[in-house]
Design a protein around this ligand. Structure first.
Ligand code: ATP
Ligand code: MG
Length: 563
């Protein structure tokens, strides 16, 4: 198990935590020789950044201890599972930089074995077939303060149970008419031990076993048993499974399994202003509130990738989280910080104008075009520089001009002088407006002796603007993003849709972007448009209409304004 791309990660930053302490202990006591973990997604949606935490813990631990980590699809509920999700999950795990041990594994590869284990439980009088309906089972389960009631079918003989279970498999009964339940204790303080359901009838085609099965094991029945088959030593999952651990252990104890795995739980990752639950992400996709699982606003791995977030940034973000048993919420600004920190190091600097204002430099010769040198990364001269075309007609940002600016506005105003980055000093002489007073063009002059941006007489010019010349710009659509939700913790239930941020995607048309942004010869897709943020080319781009996504602005202005 090797992590493919670890140049930016700092292994010394991996915190010691209770999981690693447990493993140290199991290795030194001789309880295990090698660590084997697994990442077990259900293929019912795309992976989100919460899964990245689980991936990093499982694969990361295996890597650190020279052990193994399996990728196992927990495909026991065919009604929601699809092949497209299997492919997406494999792609995302690889993209995050992890390689799984051997072949991809599937719980469904072991359906026959799980069936035999279920028969073993019946034979040892630890399971029975219940003809109660789902409602009846729910109503007799009791509550946290009241014990449950035993099913009237609980005392069936082993022979009758075996016969019925085999007939369930043979397809004799309709969905929901019977289930197989463990026979544990209806008075247990832990509701999961009140005769939990192990198998249900579902005449539903499965993405892999197609129509071979019409009964499917529950998560609880499949998970620990497959952990044992795969020789998993530490089955690491999130806290909501803590209450299932006694059932996990009961099954491992009752069944003749090839190994004795143990389950440990850690807290889920929650991030403010977004949702990390496949059920809710599915409703965003199905309700067309976003363009798909890989919409750049989605907290999915595919969404983050399309938005231009590098995998190292996600790994660094997760490495800096503590692994504990305390539920909490991480501010989205922390993820943003990790993204900025990473992109700042390598994104090529380019120029582009999002809301263009035309500038005509009146004393610059009509047809002259010259090239000025601009650095590709001021903090990292090794990344070199490029020659950028300058001409009589250029574009600057509308925001960078005020007709009557206050004293401390170090940008352009009527009669004021600014530096065009890497090019010349210009002074605004005249403003052209439409009949209704809209500024449409500035008439400026340039100082021919200020090439490179410095005044020959040493006069001070404070402001430096980004710009593009009209002969060197590409009309581009630019998409700017804000958090998907207005509130830091979207409501539970379907009401969460009311809290969607209506400004989460703003599309700007006819932005003027430096041609070099679309130069496919550089292999790093990340670009910093100076003063505007980090951008990447979106997959919806065509030859006629290039599209840029803003991965993230240079500074966090959204949180401040919205607090
Ligand atoms: P969701 O609750 O988002 O629907 P899930 O737990 O049903 O997710 P699975 O495909 O079953 O999704 O998850 C695979 C693994 O990822 C599980 O071990 C689960 O504990 C872990 N996981 C899921 N969400 C998070 C999260 N937010 N933080 C950390 N680990 C997570
Ligand atoms: Mg799950």
């Amino acid at each position: 198990m090797i992590e493919k791309n670890s140049d930016n990660d700092n292994p010394s930053k991996v915190h010691r935590d209770f999981l690693r302490e447990q493993i140290d202990c199991d290795l030194s006591s001789g309880a295990i020789e090698t660590v084997v973990t697994r990442f077990p997604p259900e293929p019912n949606g795309f992976l989100h950044i919460g899964h990245a935490k689980s991936i990093q813990i499982n694969f990361g631990i295996a890597q650190e201890y020279r052990g193994k980590c399996n990728l196992r699809f927990d495909d026991t509920n065919p009604s929601k599972e699809e092949k497209q999700f299997i492919e997406a999950i494999k792609r995302d795990v690889e993209w995050l930089g992890f390689l799984w041990n051997g072949e991809v594994k599937y719980t469904s590869d072991h359906f026959e074995y799980l069936f035999e284990l279920a028969c073993h439980l019946i034979t040892s009088n630890n399971a029975f077939v219940d003809d109660s309906s789902a409602d009846e089972i729910r109503n007799s389960r009791g509550t946290l303060t009241e014990p449950g009631k035993q099913s009237p079918y609980r005392d069936r003989t082993v022979e009758e149970n075996l016969d019925l279970f085999k007939r369930m498999r043979a397809g004799e009964f309709k969905d929901g008419t019977r289930v197989l339940r463990a026979k544990i204790d209806m008075t247990s303080g832990n509701i999961n031990l009140r005769d939990p359901v192990l198998y249900r009838i579902m005449h539903t085609s499965h993405p892999r076993t197609i129509d071979k099965w019409c009964i499917y094991p529950t998560y609880d029945f499949a998970h620990g048993q497959i952990d044992a088959v795969e020789g998993i030593t530490h089955s690491l999952c999130t806290l909501e499974f803590s209450d299932h651990r006694p059932l996990y252990e009961w099954l491992v104890h009752k069944l003749p399994l090839p190994s004795q795995p143990k389950q440990y739980e850690f807290s889920r990752l929650n991030i403010s202003h977004t949702v990390l639950s496949k059920r809710r992400l599915t409703s965003l996709v199905k309700g067309k509130h976003v363009s798909g699982w890989d919409d750049p606003r989605m907290p999915t791995i595919a969404g983050l990738r399309r938005r231009g977030v590098p995998p190292e940034a996600i790994r660094n973000f997760i490495n800096n989280l503590s692994i504990s048993k305390t539920e909490g919420m991480v501010e989205h600004a922390m993820l943003d910080h990790a993204i900025r920190e990473n992109l700042n190091k390598h994104a090529l600097r380019r120029m582009g104008v999002l809301r263009p204002l035309k500038v005509i430099i009146e004393n610059y010769p009509q047809d002259k075009i010259e090239k000025v040198e601009v650095s590709n990364h001021p903090a990292n001269p090794e990344i070199g520089s490029r020659m950028v075309s300058f001409g009589r007609e250029i574009w600057i940002e509308q925001d960078d001009f005020l007709e009557d600016p206050p004293r401390k506005f170090f940008r352009l105003g009527l009669g004021r002088e600014v530096r065009l980055r890497g090019a010349y000093l210009i002074t605004c002489k005249e403003i052209k407006k439409t009949s209704d007073g809209q500024i449409v063009e500035l008439r400026c002059s340039y100082d021919p002796d200020s090439r490179g941006g410095n005044a020959p007489d040493g006069r001070k010019v404070r402001g430096t603007l980004h710009w593009v010349s009209s002969n060197n710009s590409v009309d581009t659509e630019v998409r700017l993003y804000e958090p998907l939700f207005k509130t830091d913790k979207p409501k539970m239930g379907e009401d969460f849709l009311e809290e969607l941020n209506p400004n989460s995607c703003k599309t700007l048309k006819l932005c003027k972007i430096e041609k070099a942004v679309f130069d496919s010869s550089h292999n790093d897709p990340a670009i910093q448009l100076e003063r505007l943020g980090y951008f990447c080319i979106d997959k919806d781009s065509t030859a006629d209409l290039p599209i840029l996504n803003r991965t993230i602005a240079l500074r966090d202005s959204w949180t401040k304004i919205n607090k």
